[in-house]
Design a protein around this ligand. Structure first.
Ligand code: LUZ
Ligand code: MOS
Length: 765
């Protein structure tokens, strides 16, 4: 079934927040933010701006009736800065005006004096200075020191992975509308409606039931709206509360880039020990996470880094620790993969370094250490239905990997200035929020008397196709035409206390709740049909809008059945709750079974590097992916392709840059390069693993949102392998993204020392 939004998207008819008609009397809000990364606010002059044409008013921390606090995991984040300034782009005031333009002009008239202090922008510096968000975390398994002593080979190194801008097409946005009495309705572009509701209640000083949060759909989230849609929604709500007028706040792209947090940059050190047979006996890694100026979701992101630090390998002895370092950057936040990719990169770097030093290919080390059934992860969970080896073998055979590698070698022999590199990237990603209580969801189903169906869940549609999947769940349960079903907006008055749509778990959690609700209604309908047809319910089934008795058409249609049920006063509505079974985690022991299941896969990436220019192409990415029993191959394939390309962008070209004063230099699309049509791989192939699926996945169709992003990590190592083809003794470096600039300087390091390039031979291809 194709995505139910695709026609509307194509025609530009899908409604996003800023497409909603603006109500008469609406005010437009704009944020005034700190121009300085670290300091003390000495003076804020608002008078001239307040007198500016069309300004209703300017709000600061003093206007907040409740608490000036929006921190989620840790209450360490004010909505508006009061005295201390912690990052450049930190909101200080909110301008409310009759138009965006009036707000913008007023913003230019605000004057601020800040006593400036030096800014800390890197995790290393914060670590040296002891600036942390929380206590460090350490996962250990086995006896690491003893194991290292027994290793035939031990290698040490360090890595850096830069952050990543979410670049959702739709910027952060909210529209708050005062309702009767002191109630507020907030329309928000958020992945977490209940989080917006909770924070708004806290800031406005109202109980949660007075705040209704509504989400239509998002123009992309990628984690950037899991926690960080909240401040804008709360500001709009505060504006509406104080002005009693509707307030719309839509960030401009440049404000969004400047004020919001991104994927966490990580600096890490590692030590890896192997025996003669390339078995990894011991692995140690220390991760420094650049959390930015407030906790946001950083502690949870840091935890997920540890969960994924050994990727899809079995490492008997491991010691993994993470420090969440406080810097003067905007608070970094959730981003597709949520710290997992950062952990996996370091493991792959360790293997690449070992391979280089041992003068072998990394794939031999990778292959020798893939997880097998029953192997333990460092956090205590055992691999069940482990598909690490199967996905590797499937990719290997299906894409004829031996030929592929041989062809690349042949190519490299024939070409002096262009070389190819092949890398393998196995992935293993744990499905469930690592914070166990978040793994719950609810659904509300109404069957209307005309046989049409309305469905509400906590799932937020952000382009990932969750609404289509929800529709499929209901359509298959009732066996009715998809056209009969409408997926309602996500709204806190219909489905309460939702977890954010995140962690790749949205379809599983909400789909399972929805299925339960549908099954309850179906059970009542079957009973009604049995009574009507004078038989027993066990003989009744629904198929293609018909009621069957013993699999034969009874003549009774879906619509008639629904009407009969209504006349017999049978309830046609249901709500259901789902909580993921069998998951737990003990944070004291750092052991448990945090994940409902794991998603596996293997990608083979081929890169072609121009050694004179440093430029490269990703020629092909060939993937064997564990979809389980995919319930929608078009949507799932879209997730794999999109995730992969986003991962490639992170690894190859998206280069976030802050100066030492915490000023974002990559502050526009002219200075921040994301993958476009010309830089995506020439060929992306995906083959599904033959797989039964998993009981904990909705209709056995495994979670697919985040895992494929991590295939992109392989691109870094494919490029590095091509560089190795230029120089067999290349000193590998692990400093992502691997921009063409780094490729060139990486190759030049040695060329400059030894022989200069033969300029007359600059004939390519
Ligand atoms: N969000 C969250 C996530 O709050 N907890 C998680 O474990 C998670 N994992 C992936 C993406 N978002
Ligand atoms: Mo996410 S990183 O699943 O919001």
């Amino acid at each position: 079934m194709k995505n139910i939004d695709s026609d509307k998207h194509l025609r530009g008819e899908s409604l996003y927040l800023d497409d909603l008609p603006t109500l008469q009397g609406s005010l437009h809000a704009m944020v005034f933010a700190s121009p300085t990364a670290h300091g003390l606010l000495q003076k804020l002059e608002l008078e001239e701006a307040r007198k500016s044409c069309g300004v209703w008013g300017i709000l600061t921390a003093r206007d907040i009736p409740g608490e000036n606090q929006i921190g989620n995991i840790i209450p360490d984040e004010p909505l508006f800065a009061e005295k201390e300034i912690h990052y450049r782009g930190q909101p200080i005031a909110l301008i409310l005006a009759e138009s965006r333009e009036a707000a913008r002009q007023a913003r230019q008239k605000i004057k601020v004096e800040i006593e400036e202090f030096p800014a800390v922008t890197t995790a290393e510096e914060a670590f040296e200075k002891g600036m942390f968000i929380t206590e460090p975390r350490t996962f250990t398994m086995g006896d690491v020191d003893r194991a290292f002593a027994k290793c035939a080979h031990v290698f040490e190194g360090k890595t850096f992975t830069n952050g990543q801008e979410h670049l959702y097409l739709e910027t952060q946005a909210a529209y708050a509308i005062p309702a009767e009495g002191d109630q507020i309705k907030i329309i928000s572009s958020t992945q977490g409606p209940s989080q917006v509701q909770k924070a708004a209640a806290q800031v406005l000083g109202l109980p949660m039931h007075k705040i209704e949060v509504e989400v239509i759909r998002l123009g992309g989230g990628f984690g950037g709206k899991e926690d960080q849609a909240t401040p804008w929604a709360v500001m709009a709500a505060l504006g509406a509360q104080l002005s009693r007028r509707p307030v719309k706040l839509v960030l401009s792209r440049s404000d969004d880039l400047l004020m919001t947090g991104k994927r966490h940059p990580y600096s890490a050190r590692f030590k890896i020990g192997l025996d003669e047979n390339l078995k990894i006996l011991a692995y140690e890694a220390r991760f420094l996470q650049n959390a930015g100026a407030a906790a946001d979701l950083s502690p949870a992101v840091a935890e997920r880094t540890l969960f994924h630090a050994t990727n899809s390998y079995f490492v008997k002895n491991a010691r993994l620790s993470v420090y969440s370092c406080r810097t003067h950057l905007p608070p970094n936040t959730a981003f597709r993969g949520f710290g997992g990719p950062q952990g996996m990169f370091v493991m792959e770097a360790a293997i690449a370094l070992a391979a280089q030093k041992l003068k072998i290919e990394a794939r031999h080390i990778q292959q020798a250490n893939l997880l097998q059934e029953g192997d333990r992860f460092p956090y205590g969970q055992r691999a069940e239905q482990a598909l690490a080896r199967k996905s590797w073998e499937t990719a290997y055979l299906h894409y004829k990997a031996d030929d592929l590698c041989r062809k690349a070698e042949d190519f490299n022999k024939k070409h002096e200035y262009i070389k190819k590199g092949v890398a393998f990237m196995p992935i293993c990603f744990g499905i469930s929020f690592t914070n166990t209580p978040m793994n719950q969801a609810r659904a509300l189903v109404h069957v209307y008397r005309d046989g049409s169906v309305g469905i509400s869940t906590g799932a937020v549609e952000m382009g990932q196709g969750v609404n289509t999947k929800m529709l499929q769940v209901a359509a298959s349960c009732f066996s009715i035409q998809p056209e009969r079903i409408k997926i309602e907006t996500t709204n806190t008055t219909r489905v309460a206390n939702t977890s954010p749509s995140a962690a790749s778990a949205t379809s599983d959690l909400n789909g399972k709740a929805l299925l339960k609700a549908c099954e309850q209604i179906k059970k009542r309908l079957l009973k009604t049909a049995a009574k009507e047809l004078k038989t027993n319910p066990q003989k009744i089934s629904l198929q293609n809008e018909c009621v069957l008795i013993d699999k034969k058409d009874s003549g009774l249609r879906w619509e008639e059945l629904v009407q009969t049920a209504l006349l017999q006063r049978v309830s046609l509505s249901e709500t259901a709750h789902y909580a993921t079974p069998k998951i737990r985690f003990d944070k004291k022991r750092e052991k448990g079974r945090p994940f409902s299941y794991h998603v596996y896969g293997t990608a083979i990436i081929t890169a072609k590097v121009d050694g004179l220019r440093g430029t490269y192409q990703i020629e092909s990415v060939q993937i064997a992916h564990d979809f389980g029993k995919s319930m929608n191959t078009a949507i799932d394939l879209g997730q794999v392709e999109g995730g992969l390309v986003q991962g490639l962008g992170w690894m190859c070209m998206e280069e976030l840059a802050y100066d030492k004063n915490g000023r974002l230099l990559s502050n526009a699309l002219s200075t921040y390069k994301i993958p476009d049509l010309f830089s995506v791989p020439e060929r992306i192939e995906v083959v599904p693993l033959e797989d039964e699926g998993h009981e904990a996945a909705i209709l056995k169709s495994k979670a697919v949102g985040e895992p494929p992003l991590m295939y992109g990590i392989g691109a870094y190592f494919a490029i590095l392998n091509a560089m190795r083809a230029f120089q067999s003794d290349l000193e590998p470096f692990f400093n992502a993204p691997m921009t063409p600039e780094k490729v060139l300087t990486g190759l030049l390091k040695k060329q400059v020392k030894n022989k200069p390039l033969h300029v007359e031979k600059r004939q390519i291809g």
